[in-house]
Every structure is written in structure tokens, then in C-alpha cells.
Write a protein that binds this ligand. Structure first.
Ligand SMILES: Nc1ncnc2c1ncn2[C@@H]1O[C@H](COP(=O)(O)OP(=O)(O)OP(=O)(O)O)[C@@H](O)[C@H]1O
Length: 432
């Protein structure tokens, strides 16, 4: 009997602990906007008047031209946790951050915050363009709740972190977007926030500064700061956040472990608004006939398996052939194939540059159809959406004969490789 009582007390303490760990609760938050400016102003006046008169009821109905920018979104954030917010353009991410930051009110639902929130929303948000960097630091940190004395104490650290030198005494309107982001980031992190809201700001600035921000974020996390990070860069989300929320047209489609959520999000990048697949990526990419004076035309591109069947998508670690099928009108010698691949769903950076010339290979083509094949014994790309520039050129000066600017394709993975930059074939064994 005594044991039971102790256990119940322990359980109650645990529940209490886990509750006090929650720094943010977003409960059924909805927000509607109106596309028509005149109407939006009219609705605004109506809403304020009825609120003043105490008549404003539940605003669950949409009026003409209104739409839900957020619809019944709920999640919790714990102390020291990092949560990624993903979704296509216009899915409601910034609106949600603005509601959490208290910049706009939800139409229904509520946000409960346990601590200090520092928003790093749009670049230099909160900065007054005609004030200097120095004046803005004071204004910004005061808004975030610091006293003049506290700001004086932190000031040198802030400018040292921002590394903007003499520009600190120039008006912020003369700053580049990178400089404004540095200053915004530096002042926000020095307010010792409990929750930091970061909207794409980490994608500006040079690589060195970004690395410094990431290091500082890791330190803040160790001290218990929680983050919400909005980014179109899936790798940033996976690297920084253990949890993620996926918004689509204002609704929370999915929440959970970030690698799982990102997988689904990346898959959906190829689904259009009507739910159809946007590009038949795997089906042959067929080019129209063009008047090419170069003596060669690329007719189609496709990825195929070893048996020549068209692949719906590539799979990390599995073999594939890229078939470049075309037509030549004359003899062409020393033709080179080049394939440059960008990772669309992440940084859009080049991740692969393959040129037959680099491998000392070129092809002689004679009038009629041809197929040049690039065989990859295993696909080293990780899951995601990619775009390839495919180009045929010939020596001696690599004159371009024909090219395809953007051949999109999807790579899927059967194993969890999301935290890796590329696919690594592997085998595990114990050797006694
Ligand atoms: N003040 C506003 N008035 C009317 N519509 C708005 C307003 N603010 C945002 N919207 C609309 O609400 C929707 C959600 O916008 P939001 O900026 O939250 O999307 P997002 O997911 O942050 O997009 P992005 O990835 O492009 O930054 C969009 O359709 C946008 O046009």
C-alpha cells in the first residue's frame, strides 16, 4: 500500500516535471486572411468594432474572399528542443511564427509561452532603417525585455559577434541583407531567450558566419534554449532539429521525428495542388523537335534499370543508367556527355559533376539515331529531388551541340540516410 502511494507520488512528480518542461504550447491555432485589400480593411474595422462592443463571437466562418492561412494547428515545444517547420511557399510557416512571437493574434486557439521569446523573423525584422546599428541594438533588445543596464553589459559582445565593424554607426538602411541578419542574430541570441524563432535567417551570410551561428545555437541549446527553425533547406532542419512539423495550406499534415517528416515533405514537392504528380520524372523526358544548326538533337532522357526498363525514380545504392537518346544529321567526332546535378530540395547546390571528357571518354556519332548511356553501378545521391543539366559538346573547344537545362528526378532511399550528405555503400561485420 505504501509502495503504491510512493509510486503515485513519483508519477505525479514526473508528470509535473514534463509539464514544466513545456516552453510553448500551440493549441488549435487558426488564422484567416483576406486576399482583397479593401475587404480586408472592412473586415478589420468590423472585427474591432464588434470586439469593442463585446459582440465578437467565434470566427470560425470564412467571409467572402477569406481563406485559412492556418487551420487548427497544435503542437508543443519542450525546453532545449529544436523543432523544424517545413512546408511549401505560402503554407503558413511565417504566419505561425508571427503568432508565436505575438506580432499577430490568432482567430481561434491560443499560444501559451513559458519564458522569453526572441523572434528572428524577416531579415532585420524589428530594425528601424533610419536608426544606426548601435541604436537598433538598444531598441531591439529593449523590446525583447532587457533593461538599459543589461544591454550596456552585453553591447560589446553583440557587436563583436555581429562582426560588422564601423558600420555599427551607419543607418541600418545602408546594410546589406547579410549585415542586417548578422546584427539581428547577434542581438537576439544575447537576450538569453528561452525560445528562439528563426525564419530562414541562417541561409544568408557567408559560410563562416553561418558556421559560427550554428555553433552558438548548439551552445544555447545546451543551456536549455528551444528553437523553432523555418527553412527550405532540409539538411539544416535535419541537422539542427530532432522534431519537425509539416504544414500544407495552413494545416498540420504531419509532425514527428524530423527525418521522417522531411522524407514525406520532399516526396510531396513533386505533387501539384490537385494531388497529381507534377512531373512524370521517371517517364521519358521527351524534347520537341527544334531547328538545331549544330548537326545534333537530344530527343529524350530517361533513367533505366539494367534490363532497360524506365525507372520511376532512382534508389540510393542501386544501379541506374541515364540514357541520352538523340539524332545526328552528320558525322560528329569526339562528342562528350556532361551531366551536372543540383539538389533542388536542399541548397540547390551542385552535388555531382560528371563529364565523359574527365574520364577520357568521347563518342563518334554518325547520321541517324544514337543513345549515349551513363551507367552508375550504384546511385550515391541521398533521397531528395534533383535537377540535371545534360549537355553534349564536341572537341576541340567543347562547342555545345545540344543541351537540356533541367531534367528533374527523384531519388528515394530504402535505408535511413537522411543525416548523410551522400549515400555510402556499407557492410557491417564482427571480426574475431
Ligand atoms: N497579411 C496578410 N494578408 C493576406 N494574406 C496573407 C497575409 N500574410 C500572409 N498571407 C497569406 O497567407 C498564406 C501563408 O503565408 P505565410 O507567409 O505564412 O507562408 P510561408 O509558409 O511562410 O511561405 P514562404 O515559404 O513563401 O515564406 C499565403 O497565402 C500568404 O499569401
Amino acid at each position: 500500500m505504501i509502495m503504491t502511494i510512493i509510486n503515485e507520488q513519483e508519477n505525479a512528480a514526473k508528470v509535473q516535471d514534463s509539464k514544466s518542461d513545456i516552453v510553448l504550447s500551440v493549441k488549435g491555432v487558426s488564422k484567416k486572411f483576406c486576399r482583397d485589400l479593401k475587404r480586408s480593411l472592412m473586415y478589420g474595422v468590423q472585427d474591432i468594432t464588434s470586439e469593442l462592443l463585446g459582440l465578437r463571437g467565434k470566427s470560425e466562418q470564412l467571409r467572402e474572399k477569406e481563406f485559412w492561412a492556418l487551420n487548427n494547428v497544435s503542437f508543443e515545444l519542450r525546453r532545449g528542443e529544436a523543432l523544424g517547420l517545413v512546408g511549401k511557399n505560402g503554407s503558413g510557416k511565417s504566419t505561425l511564427l508571427r503568432i508565436i512571437a505575438g506580432l499577430i493574434k490568432p482567430d481561434s486557439g491560443c499560444v501559451e509561452i513559458n519564458g522569453r521569446v526572441a523572434p528572428l523573423i524577416a531579415l532585420g525584422a524589428g530594425f528601424n532603417p533610419i536608426l544606426t546599428g548601435r541604436e537598433n541594438i538598444y531598441a531591439n533588445m529593449a523590446i525583447l525585455g532587457l533593461s538599459k543596464k543589461e544591454i550596456d553589459e552585453k553591447f560589446d559582445e553583440v557587436i563583436e559577434f555581429a562582426e560588422i565593424g564601423d558600420a555599427i554607426d551607419a543607418p541600418v538602411q545602408t546594410y546589406s541583407s547579410g549585415m542586417a541578419a548578422r546584427l539581428g542574430f547577434a542581438s537576439a541570441i544575447h537576450t538569453k531567450p528561452d525560445i528562439l524563432l528563426i525564419d530562414e535567417v541562417l541561409s544568408v551570410g557567408d559560410a563562416k558566419f553561418r558556421a559560427k551561428c550554428h555553433r552558438r545555437l548548439a551552445q544555447l541549446r545546451d543551456r536549455g534554449t528551444s528553437f523553432i527553425l523555418v527553412s527550405h533547406n532540409s539538411l539544416s532542419i535535419i541537422a539542427v532539429c530532432e522534431m519537425a512539423v509539416y504544414l500544407s495550406k495552413g494545416q498540420m499534415l504531419l509532425s514527428g521525428q524530423s527525418s521522417f517528416v522531411i522524407d514525406k515533405y520532399e516526396e510531396d514537392l513533386f505533387i501539384d495542388d490537385k494531388g497529381n504528380k507534377k512531373d512524370k520524372i521517371s517517364a521519358e523526358f521527351v524534347l520537341p523537335d527544334r531547328a538545331e544548326p549544330t548537326g545534333l538533337q537530344i530527343k529524350s532522357l530517361s533513367f533505366r534499370d539494367n534490363d532497360g526498363n524506365i525507372l520511376e525514380h532512382l534508389v540510393s545504392g542501386k544501379p541506374a543508367c541515364l540514357n541520352v537518346h538523340g539524332y545526328t544529321f552528320e558525322n560528329l567526332y569526339d562528342v562528350n556527355l556532361s551531366v551536372i546535378v543540383n539538389h533542388l530540395s536542399e541548397s540547390n547546390e551542385e552535388v555531382l559533376v560528371l563529364k565523359s571528357s574527365y574520364d577520357g571518354q568521347s563518342f563518334n556519332l554518325y547520321p541517324g539515331k544514337f543513345t549515349i548511356q551513363l551507367y552508375i553501378p550504384y546511385c550515391g545521391l541521398k533521397a531528395g529531388v534533383y535537377s540535371a543539366k545534360v549537355n553534349l559538346s564536341n572537341s576541340p573547344y567543347f562547342n555545345v551541340l545540344d543541351f537540356v537545362e533541367s531534367y528533374k528526378f527523384v531519388v528515394k532511399t530504402v535505408q535511413n540516410m537522411n543525416k548523410c550528405l551522400y549515400y555510402q555503400p556499407r557492410d557491417w561485420k564482427l571480426i574475431n
